[in-house]
Design a protein around this ligand. Structure first.
Ligand code: KG4
Ligand code: ZN
Length: 323
C-alpha cells in the first residue's frame, strides 16, 4: 500500500511516499527555518506564506522522486494538528483538494502520533505496549501506546516544552536558532549545575520554564558550559520520568520521538538508563533525520491508523491533543 503523506504544521513543508508504513519511497522537505533564524523564532504568518509557495512543488517532487503518478497512490494522509493554524491550513486544504481531484481516500493524522511512527521507519518493529516520550518544539509528553490506534496521555509539561526551553535558552545565550542543535553544538563540560524541575515528584509531569530563568540568572559564565549543563538537566529529568513511567506501566519497549530526540546527549542518557533495566525493556530511537518534522512519519502513522475521512469533513485542528 502506497500512501502520500503531507506535513505543514510548523515551518517545514513536507511530502513523502511510504510503502506499507515502513519503507520510505521518497521524502521531500522544504524548510523556511533560515528565514526565521534572523528573528530568533518562528514568525507564524511568514511560515504560512512560505508553505503556500512550496506545497505544490514539494508534493510533485515527492511523486517525481518516487517515479510515480498520482494514479498509483492508494491514499493520501495529512497532518491536521496540532500546529500553527496558518501553516496547517495550507497542507490540509491542499490535501483535501488533491484527494478529491485524484479520487483517493484521505487519512487525517495527529502530528504527535505521527512523530511516534518515525520508530517504524528505521528498519525495526518496536514491541508493544510501549512507553513513548514525545519531545518536540511545542510538546513534551509521556504517552502509553498499547497498540496501534490506542494511545493514552500519561503526563506532560506544565509550561515550556523541552525543545522550547532549548530554543529560548539558546536565544539568551546568543547561540542562534533553532536552539536545540545550537545548544548541542556549543556544549562543553564545565562546573555549572542547573536544577532538575519535578524530578523527584510523584507524577509524570515536566516543567522547564524555571530552567530558562535559571539560565537567565547565571552571570559571567561560559555559554558553552551553560549549554552543557542545560542539556544534562533536561535529559536527566526526561530520562528519569520516562523510566518511572515505563516501570509503572510494565511496557515492553520505550520509544523516543520528536525533534529533541535528535539530541545525542539525550539518546545516550536514555540508552544507558534502559541498559540498567537489564534487558527487560527494549529502546527504539528514530534515525536522526526522521526525528524532526517530515511527512514520512505522517504516511506511516496513516498506514497503521487507517481511518479515511471524507475530505469536506476534515478541518485543521491547531489544538489537537492525545487524550
Ligand atoms: O519535532 P520538531 O521538529 O517540531 C515540532 O513539532 O515542534 O521539533 C523541533 C524542536 C526545536 O525546539 C528544536 O530546537 C529541537 O526540536 N531540536 C533539538 C535538536 N534538533 C532539534 N533539540 C536538541 N538537540 C537537537 N539535536
Ligand atoms: Zn513536530
Amino acid at each position: 500500500m502506497l500512501i502520500l503523506g503531507v506535513e505543514t504544521s510548523c515551518d517545514e513543508t513536507a511530502a513523502a511516499i511510504v510503502e506499507n508504513g515502513t519503507r520510505i519511497v521518497s521524502n521531500i522537505i522544504a524548510s523556511s527555518q533560515s528565514l526565521h533564524a534572523k528573528y530568533g523564532g518562528i514568525i507564524p504568518d511568514k511560515a504560512a506564506r512560505e508553505q503556500l509557495k512550496s506545497i505544490i512543488p514539494v508534493i510533485y517532487e515527492a511523486l517525481a522522486a518516487a517515479n510515480l503518478s498520482p494514479d498509483s497512490l492508494d491514499a493520501l494522509a495529512v497532518t491536521v494538528g496540532p500546529g500553527l493554524i496558518g501553516s496547517l491550513l495550507v497542507g490540509v486544504e491542499t490535501a483535501k483538494s488533491l484527494a478529491l481531484a485524484w479520487n483517493k481516500p484521505l487519512i487525517p493524522v495527529n502530528h504527535l502520533i505521527g512523530h511516534i511512527y518515525a520508530n517504524w521507519l528505521g528498519g525495526q518493529t518496536p514491541d508493544l505496549p510501549a512507553l513513548v516520550l514525545i519531545v518536540s518544539g511545542g510538546h513534551s509528553e509521556l504517552v502509553l501506546m498499547k497498540n496501534h490506534g490506542q494511545f493514552k496521555y500519561l503526563g506532560g509539561t506544565r509550561d515550556d516544552a523541552a525543545g522550547e526551553c532549548f530554543d529560548k535558552c539558546a536565544r539568551l545565550l546568543n547561540l542562534g536558532y533553532p536552539g536545540g542543535p545550537a545548544i548541542e553544538k556549543a556544549a562543553v563540560a564545565g562546573s555549572i549545575h542547573l536544577p532538575r524541575p519535578l524530578i523527584h515528584e510523584n507524577n509524570l509531569d515536566f516543567s522547564f520554564s524555571g530552567l530558562k530563568t535559571a539560565v537567565a540568572n547565571i552571570k559571567a559564565a561560559e555559554p558553552s558550559h551553560v549549554a552543557f549543563a542545560l542539556q544534562e538537566a533536561v535529559s536527566d529529568v526526561l530520562v528519569k520520568k520516562t523510566i518511572k513511567a515505563a516501570a509503572k506501566h510494565k511496557v515492553k519497549s520505550i520509544l523516543l520521538a520528536g525533534g529533541v530526540a535528535a539530541n545525542k546527549h539525550l539518546r545516550e542518557a536514555m540508552t544507558e538508563a534502559v541498559l540498567h533495566l537489564g534487558g527487560k525493556v527494549s529502546l527504539s530511537i528514530p534515525p536522526f533525520s526522521l526525528c524532526t518534522d517530515n511527512a514520512a512519519y505522517i504516511a506511516s502513522a496513516a498506514y497503521f491508523n487507517n481511518h479515511p475521512t471524507f475530505p469536506t469533513k476534515i478541518d485543521a485542528a491547531p489544538d489537537l491533543a492525545i487524550k
